[in-house]
Design a protein around this ligand. Structure first.
Ligand code: ATR
Length: 292
């Protein structure tokens, strides 16, 4: 059988997956499989444990054996970006974030490398806080890792023009602000002092650190100075209601949990690989949470 003929047959069964090292913690297989079943699509989404030394071989091979694309998770996001950027297939969002979480393959090649974390964050924020007004937002972002960078790009693209970054290691916050200096947004850096963070100037508080996650210390902020219309959101979703979100809800603030970001970031990949725009429903949230 000719290669092209064999591939055509293969592509009647659509294949995608997530590469990470390790990968067993990933919720992506559960959520994509839920959608595949919901929409009666013939295909599979599989977890692939790819050690760093096998990364480049994997990126060469999977497009050629019929995969439609991949999600990329820790620790590969930056290395995949570097590879895709060299090939000239990294899009503008991926280039501004310096990391890739979604790859799309066609005819045996990578044709697009993007990052959907930023749009996932924004869509989750909008669905949890429909009254949110980006142009009137003064955001305080806690943390300066890869997640913070994606979220800041998302905020800027949504129209936010004032962002302050606070990070335990101030130098990392400064490096991030420097990397984003050409963005159309005022980005300031302040000292991290958990007991005494000035919240009076902010109306959107975003935790991108790992504080509050199961097995980690809680984030103990005094939210008294946040204005009544402020929104508080956390990217931590294990537990779903972090101490930060509980404190925010207790003060009557809008509190948006982090699970929706995971669900919304998955949708563009699913649509590209499986040809159907999926819905983020309550049933999906429950299904993914049950894996906790
Ligand atoms: P990610 O790519 O998911 O953002 P990361 O790059 O490891 O992950 O970033 C984790 C963030 O959580 C960092 O901002 C980190 O602060 P440092 O840059 O000072 O390491 C923050 N973080 C982790 N543990 C923390 C703690 N105990 N207190 C304060 N910040 C913490």
């Amino acid at each position: 059988m000719r290669y092209s003929e064999a591939m055509e047959k293969q592509q009647e069964f659509l294949l995608a997956g997530v590469i990470g090292w390790p990968v067993s913690h990933s919720r992506s297989p559960a959520l994509h499989t839920f959608w595949l079943n919901e929409y009666h699509i013939k295909g599979a989404y599989v977890p692939l444990a790819v050690a760093p030394e096998n990364l480049l071989d994997t990126l060469e091979l999977l497009p050629r054996i019929g995969f439609s694309g991949l999600n990329v998770t820790v620790p590969h996001k930056e290395a995949v970006f570097a590879f895709a950027d060299k090939l000239g297939v990294a899009d503008r969002v991926a280039r501004r974030i310096g990391a890739v979480n979604t790859l799309i393959f066609e005819r045996g090649k990578i044709v697009n490398a993007t990052n959907t974390d930023c749009i996932g964050f924004i869509q989750n924020l909008i669905s949890g806080a429909p009254h949110w007004k980006p142009a009137k937002t003064r955001a305080l972002v806690l943390g300066a890792g890869g997640a913070a960078r994606g979220i800041i790009i998302g905020l800027i693209d949504a129209g936010v023009r004032h962002i302050t970054i606070l990070n335990r290691t101030r130098a990392k916050a400064e490096a991030l602000a420097e990397a984003l200096k050409d963005e159309p947004c005022e980005i300031r850096v302040d000292d991290w002092n958990e007991c005494n963070v000035d919240l009076s100037q902010s109306n959107l508080l975003v935790n991108t650190t790992t504080l509050g996650m199961h097995g980690q210390e809680n984030l103990n902020l005094n939210l008294t100075d946040l204005s009544k219309d402020a929104i508080v959101t956390d990217i931590v979703y294990t537990p779903l209601k972090t101490k930060l979100l509980q404190d925010a809800a207790a003060r009557g603030l809008t509190a948006v949990d982090g699970l929706g970001m995971l669900l919304h970031q998955a949708a563009p990949g699913f649509e590209a690989w499986f040809g159907m725009k999926p819905q983020v429903s309550q049933a999906l949230r429950t299904h993914v949470l049950m894996g906790e």
